[in-house]
Design a protein around this ligand. Structure first.
Ligand code: PGA
Length: 249
């Protein structure tokens, strides 16, 4: 895993955008995996303003809350439409977002896995990080080999999402996430510092699902100084960044 420490959340978003730009330099019709949450909003605003051509892009997303109809303001597909996809010049037949209102969630999960394979696999998966170390809705204890499936949310996650949040989700599994060719996690703010320390410097364990990034050959963790504040080896990562000649290597 490469940890990239940037001065603040805006600089972290700029660096994340640079990874996306590099991908589009190599491939006009990539497959992107999206994340919901506050963290990627600065990246999404930049993607909208980037001038990149998204018409050939296939989009998938990490997770969704169960039971929410299309258009529900709490649903993740609504969030992604409002904060990224609408106005991006996408082709609707290339967008496949998880449906938490599917009548058969197990079936939805296996159809989703098939759709990712049919699209050729995910080129770049954007990830956030829960304070408890979750990725997607793979809460602590999730199998590191898990596939897309329904999952019960942790109490801490429910508290972070606020009142009225459904207790159940459908999420890509950790095994599914690890199959993406490049992982781009963004974590910002002091509240994420302990989770960042655990995934970057702690042991590989299902108790910290994000530690699975340690298994991936191209995992990049972009953090701001606040989120990096508990890293014992922060100086090493700053030194690596200062000595790199370009992003994406
Ligand atoms: P956040 O959520 O970006 O809103 O902090 C991250 C997550 O829970 O994965």
């Amino acid at each position: 895993m490469e940890v990239i420490i940037r001065p603040d959340a805006d600089a972290a978003a700029e660096t994340a955008l640079e990874f996306v730009r590099r991908l589009y330099e190599k491939k006009a019709d990539p497959v992107l995996g999206l994340a919901t949450g506050k963290t990627p909003l600065k990246l999404y605003a930049r993607l909208r303003a980037s001038g990149l051509d998204f018409s050939g892009t296939h989009f998938f997303n990490l997770d969704e809350l169960v039971g929410l109809p299309d258009g529900d303001p709490k649903s993740f597909r609504r969030f992604l439409r409002d904060n990224l996809l609408d106005g991006l010049g996408i082709q609707e037949d290339r967008v496949r977002l998880l449906r938490g209102d599917a009548p058969d969630l197990e079936r939805e999960a296996s159809d989703y896995e098939s759709a990712i394979k049919e699209a050729g696999g995910i080129d770049l998966q954007i990830l956030g990080l829960g304070r408890n170390g979750h990725i997607g809705f793979n809460e602590p204890g999730s199998s590191l080999g898990s596939r897309t499936r329904p999952k019960t949310l942790d109490r801490e996650t429910l508290a972070d999402y606020g009142p009225g949040t459904p207790r159940f989700s459908i999420t890509m599994g950790i095994g599914t996430i690890l199959e993406a060719r490049l992982l781009l996690m963004i974590a910002t703010g002091e509240g994420k510092a302990e989770a960042v320390r655990r995934i970057a410097e702690g042991p590989l364990t299902s108790e910290t699902p994000g530690s699975a990034l340690q298994l991936h050959p191209r995992a990049h963790l972009v953090v701001d100084e606040a989120a990096a504040s508990r890293l014992a080896r922060a100086d090493y990562w700053r030194w690596v960044w200062d000595n790199k000649w370009r992003v994406g290597q």
